[in-house]
Design a protein around this ligand. Structure first.
Ligand code: PXP
Length: 258
């Protein structure tokens, strides 16, 4: 079974900094702590309205991560402006997300099936520059097939509906993610997941063997206020690893009894 990577989204460290307009807390310092705590990479979303991460953060972050040899996952909307910036910083990966000014966060997945014509050349341009492109989509087979068709090697499944589902609907939402992750692997897409994950809901997602990376931000930045960033990330890592190991043992048992 493939290992499960953890990407830490540092956007909301910038949200806190911007509340006062100064330089503290610095998202770069958070990124360094995240890597010390065992994160595999750093994710940051440069929004059109620059509500949290700003251009200077992205350029500093990219330089720091290149120097350390850790990957930057650059979250971006499919706009000309963001493509120009991505081609300048050349991050390891770019995750294309839908963006609306009036939303509080990335509320839904990208409608890849409805935007094939514009997304295909967009994905191609980034790929040509050596950037690994992922598309942030709902756990929906139609969107997965469209992601494959536009040439993206990776998808990130939006786990928001699962994370926010009332108890009675949670199993159904989880099942959608399980089926989507299986389908992704079947059609040759690398599968990531993220949004709204916390200590309580991460285990079920980490246990899905077809998912190889989780990207987590808001909960950990909030939790850092109480327990510190490093310790919160370490705890998340432990939970992910335990869930993954349980799947590994269960899969091994199933194979032996066949
Ligand atoms: N993955 C993507 C593509 C995102 O846009 C976000 C932030 O909305 C996350 C992961 C992390 O979500 P959260 O901050 O809820 O953990």
């Amino acid at each position: 079974m493939r290992p499960l990577r953890l990407g830490i989204n540092i956007d909301h460290v910038a949200t806190l900094r911007n509340a006062r307009g100064g330089a503290h807390p610095d998202p770069l310092r958070a990124a360094k702590i995240a890597l010390t705590a065992g994160a595999d990479g750093i994710t940051a979303h440069l929004r059109e309205d620059r509500r949290h991460i700003v251009d200077n953060d992205i350029f500093r972050l990219a330089a720091m991560l290149v120097a350390r040899g850790n990957p930057l996952n650059f979250e971006m909307a499919a706009t000309d402006e963001m493509r120009r910036i991505a081609l300048k910083i050349r991050p390891h990966a770019a995750c294309i997300v839908p963006e609306r000014r009036e939303e509080r966060t990335t509320e839904g997945g990208l409608d890849v099936a409805g935007q094939r014509g514009s997304l295909a050349p967009f994905v191609r341009a980034l790929t040509k520059a050596g950037i690994r492109v992922s598309l942030f989509i709902a756990p929906d087979v139609r969107q997965l097939d469209a992601a494959k068709a536009v040439g993206a090697p990776v998808v990130e499944l939006h786990t928001g509906a699962y994370a926010e589902a009332p108890r009675g609907a949670r199993a159904r939402e989880l099942n959608r993610i399980v089926r989507a992750a299986r389908h992704a692997e079947k059609i040759g897409l690398e599968c990531h997941a993220g949004h709204g994950l916390d200590f309580a809901n991460v285990c079920a997602i980490a246990a899905i063997p077809n998912i190889v990376e989780l990207n987590i931000g808001h909960f950990l930045v909030g939790e850092a206020v109480f327990a510190g960033l490093e310790s919160s990330i370490r705890r998340m890592r432990v939970l992910m690893t335990k869930a993954r190991n349980r799947t590994r043992v269960a899969t091994g048992r199933k194979r032996k009894t066949r």
